[in-house]
Design a protein around this ligand. Structure first.
Ligand SMILES: *[C@@H]1O[C@H](CO)[C@@H](O)[C@H](O)[C@H]1NC(C)=O
Ligand SMILES: *[C@@H]1O[C@H](CO)[C@@H](O)[C@H](O)[C@H]1NC(C)=O
Ligand SMILES: *[C@@H]1O[C@H](CO)[C@@H](O)[C@H](O)[C@H]1NC(C)=O
Ligand SMILES: *[C@@H]1O[C@H](CO)[C@@H](O)[C@H](O)[C@H]1NC(C)=O
Ligand SMILES: *[C@@H]1O[C@H](CO)[C@@H](O)[C@H](O)[C@H]1NC(C)=O
Ligand SMILES: *[C@@H]1O[C@H](CO)[C@@H](O)[C@H](O)[C@H]1NC(C)=O
Ligand SMILES: *[C@@H]1O[C@H](CO)[C@@H](O)[C@H](O)[C@H]1NC(C)=O
Ligand SMILES: *[C@@H]1O[C@H](CO)[C@@H](O)[C@H](O)[C@H]1NC(C)=O
Length: 370
């Protein structure tokens, strides 16, 4: 009996050790581990230049990020990391980080300067990505694309090192969107901190999106869009409609804008519908408090353009509730520039934005005298 018992324990131990996490600690391990394991950890890792850390995970995989995952330098479009799969659980151990080492790329010119890689791209279904830390993105930090039913929670995106240094603006980071959602359905972005130099969150296309409890520092806002022409970014602007988005319980400090919805005059036709912003606060943006503009044009930021709005992407059913903001002296508190008949059912209640400059609107929402 005792012998059988001991053998059973030994077999169990062998089984358990066989079941242990598979660990990726050099780039060469990636393909074999990803194709053979469903419980994976990544330790400190340096990914070779011009190479995507491609994690096409098996269904149901748990991936634990540990240590410092960094990347060789090159002028290319990335992504530095691609995670795909369904029913994934991606978590990070304390201190784990994707370090994009943006300081090697930042030239003050963002998309208009040297080619820079997107850091993290996710294409997933029924999956959760929790606790991920992203440091120093060369350009856009993360993009969730062609995804369905994905929850992002407890992320920290820290691009504070790329903030404009008045003495050295040529070394600043630009176009470092925090979390972009593109052609995706059923996405939740929750309980996260984003410190960056472009949109905190950008919903570029898709539907049934919830954004809640996000703290934004230094950003261009909690944004619907921009909705742009494919020439500007074919990967983000291949579809131009957005429906059913709720952005709530979030706060912004510093940066350019608070709430932002912008469309380019030369974007393919699209529609922005059924968007709710609720319980948002912002303090100190220097350009706009609330910015709704249908007159963007695809030129470098220093070039003046025709301000006439175009109705190629109408905005229908835009509800704002319980919004409190205070803007810097340089900022327009509320700006609405709509093409004729292209902004319908704007229902804004309990919206208070204070500043020094006057508002600048060509449409008056119901419930808010602009
Ligand atoms: C991550 O590793 C890279 C390469 O060794 C290093 O340059 C960078 O400073 C590290 N980042 C962190 C946050 O430790
Ligand atoms: C990257 O692009 C910049 C600006 O175009 C250039 O100065 C630099 O030499 C390039 N670096 C590499 C490794 O190609
Ligand atoms: C969405 O994902 C969650 C978490 O992975 C899962 O519990 C839920 O069943 C999924 N919903 C659908 C409709 O697949
Ligand atoms: C809007 O999106 C939410 C969150 O995904 C979802 O629960 C709700 O059913 C959607 N509403 C419609 C009308 O599709
Ligand atoms: C409003 O949002 C803040 C976070 O910015 C949150 O702490 C607070 O609980 C929210 N209020 C309500 C009524 O949900
Ligand atoms: C505007 O910016 C672009 C890209 O940064 C630069 O090439 C161009 O010289 C600038 N134009 C002016 C008028 O400053
Ligand atoms: C706008 O909201 C109304 C009322 O809820 C709804 O009937 C209509 O379909 C919505 N419009 C769009 C374009 O979704
Ligand atoms: C108006 O909004 C403020 C800030 O979100 C909130 O505290 C207050 O309860 C709201 N008032 C009403 C009547 O909803």
């Amino acid at each position: 009996m005792a012998t059988i018992y001991v053998i059973t324990i030994l077999l169990n131990l062998i089984y358990l050790s066989y079941q242990q996490q598979c660990v990726i600690s050099t780039y060469e391990d990636v393909d074999s581990v990803v194709s053979s394991c469903t419980d994976i950890a990544i330790d400190d890792l340096i990914v070779p230049a011009s190479t995507t850390l491609t994690l096409n995970l098996q269904e149901g995989t748990t991936l634990t990020l540990r240590g410092n995952i960094s990347f060789g330098f090159d002028n290319w479009s990335g992504p530095l990391v691609l995670i795909t799969g369904s029913s994934l659980t991606v978590i990070a151990a304390p201190g784990a980080v994707f370090d994009g080492q943006g300081e090697r790329y930042w030239d003050g010119q963002g998309i208009w300067g040297s080619l820079k890689p997107l850091l993290l791209r996710i294409e997933a279904t029924n999956s959760v990505f929790s606790g991920i830390n992203i440091l120093n993105c060369p350009i856009r930090c993360s993009r969730i694309k062609d995804s369905n039913n994905v929850t992002i929670s407890n992320w920290n995106i820290d691009n504070s090192a790329g903030d404009v240094d008045a003495a050295q603006p040529q070394n600043s980071a630009q176009n470092t969107e925090g979390i972009q959602v593109v052609t995706s359905v059923g996405i939740s972005l929750l309980d996260s901190q984003v410190t960056n130099q472009d949109d905190c969150v950008a919903i570029n296309s898709g539907s049934n999106v919830v954004v809640s409890d996000i703290n934004c520092d230094g950003s261009h806002g909690l944004s619907i869009g921009s909705i742009g022409p494919s020439g500007l970014d074919a990967d983000a602007f291949d579809e131009n409609s957005i429906d059913n988005v709720t952005i709530k319980n979030s706060a912004l400090v510093n940066g350019q804008n608070g709430i932002q919805i912008i469309t380019y005059v030369d974007a393919p036709n699209g529609l922005i519908s059924n968007v709710l912003y609720e319980n948002i606060t912002f303090e100190g943006p220097n350009t706009y408090g609330i910015e709704i503009q249908q007159n963007y044009r695809n030129v470098p930021p220093n070039v003046t353009t025709d301000p006439t709005p175009v109705g190629n992407v109408p905005i229908v059913n835009l509800t704002l509730r319980n919004i409190v903001g205070n803007v810097a002296a340089s900022a327009v508190p509320v700006c609405i520039k709509c093409a004729d008949g292209a902004c319908l059912n704007f229902d804004w209640h309990n919206v208070t934005v204070t500043g020094v400059l006057p508002n600048d609107c060509n449409v008056n929402p119901d419930g808010y005298d602009c």
